[in-house]
Design a protein around this ligand. Sequence first.
Ligand SMILES: NC(=O)C1=CN([C@@H]2O[C@H](COP(=O)(O)OP(=O)(O)OC[C@H]3O[C@@H](n4cnc5c(N)ncnc54)[C@H](OP(=O)(O)O)[C@@H]3O)[C@@H](O)[C@H]2O)C=CC1
Ligand SMILES: CC(=O)[C@H](N)C(=O)O
Length: 266
Amino acid sequence: MSLPTPSSSARAVVTGASSGIGEALAESLARRGHSLTLVARRQDRLRALADRLAAQYLVTVDVEACDLSDRAHREALLAKLAHVDVSILCLNAGFATYGGLAALDPAREREQVELNVTAVHDLTVALLPRLLERGSGAILITGSTAGNQPSPYNATYAATKAFANTLAESLHGELAGTGVTCTLLAPGPVRTEFAEVSHLGKVEEMLPAFAWVTAGEAAEAAVRSMASGRRRVVPGATAKLQNIGGQHAPRSILNPILRKVYGGMR
Ligand SMILES: NC(=O)C1=CN([C@@H]2O[C@H](COP(=O)(O)OP(=O)(O)OC[C@H]3O[C@@H](n4cnc5c(N)ncnc54)[C@H](OP(=O)(O)O)[C@@H]3O)[C@@H](O)[C@H]2O)C=CC1
Ligand SMILES: CC(=O)[C@H](N)C(=O)O
């Protein structure tokens, strides 16, 4: 297994490329010679990244400003991508909310489901037939270790990431032998804008420096895993521990522990 051969007419589409893991995924792919389509809402950031990557790696980088939590915006993006030879699809944009579900803003919760679940599903369903038709392609879905476990006070996020994790691993099995792969990126703590966007005030103090990985480390591990057709990549020691605990510890033990952990994060 390997990534599709880079070509000037094909594009690796990366969502959430204006920051964090998505920005690092874009760089990691550009370094390997892939031309890109960068997707997020902050066009100025995408444009600056596109200019830098194009100059540094001599690839073509297109920018698509899009609010992926908005159905009309997603349809407009897909209409544009209908004319693009998409060879790699990294579905990475996402955010979390923390707090008791009854106290959280219902509109923000809905937006989270639209972005973390519906957008991932819509783009996969729309672009998968074309990847299969070209006979060579790779999909990366950014889920989370949170998707393996119940997460009191982080319920919507954990549920959205359970969807992402399961979709990615199911597709991995379904696509065997097609020339198209699907890999789940299930990170633990990664230093990005995520904590700030999610109003996760105390997380920086709660976790020691060694518990974090950088966005570059997570992205590089993800791209290497895509290239070898792996099912799941879990970057870093903390994430690996979370990954084992979340999948194998009984819910009756996990729930009270995680209630304490997530309840104390804000
Ligand atoms: N950091 C961590 O500890 C972990 C992160 N993850 C997952 O990794 C993924 C990337 O997050 P990370 O890089 O850490 O966080 P960042 O906040 O740094 O990046 C999030 C990206 O998503 C984009 N995004 C957010 N909302 C929308 C929207 N409505 N439409 C389009 N794009 C949007 C943002 O761009 P813009 O605002 O310009 O639209 C940004 O590019 C997420 O799916 C997250 O759940 C998983 C586990 C741990
Ligand atoms: C915020 C996340 O998604 C992460 N997996 C974590 O909880 O460490």
